[in-house]
Design a protein. Structure first.
Length: 73
């Protein structure tokens, strides 16, 4: 699937969303046992850049990597 090239300002967006534990690969699901929630930091194409156990941490991590986080429901 070809995706259009995003303008430079759109390439810096990071989408933050709650990831259901059932959607995680087995090796990550085992690590997430004690976590209440797992949040994914995604690029514009939907690729997961990182997983964290706290929504505020997800926003902070995105900003630390010069990305502009937005919430996805």
């Amino acid at each position: 699937m070809n995706h259009p090239v995003l303008p430079k300002e759109d390439q810096s967006l990071a989408y933050i969303r709650l990831v259901p534990k059932e959607a995680l690969p087995d090796e990550l699901r085992d690590v997430a046992v004690g976590s209440k929630a797992i949040y994914g930091i995604h690029d514009a194409d939907g690729k997961i850049l990182a997983l964290v156990d706290d929504r505020d941490k997800a926003f902070m991590m995105a900003r630390m990597n010069e990305l502009h986080p937005v919430s996805v429901h």
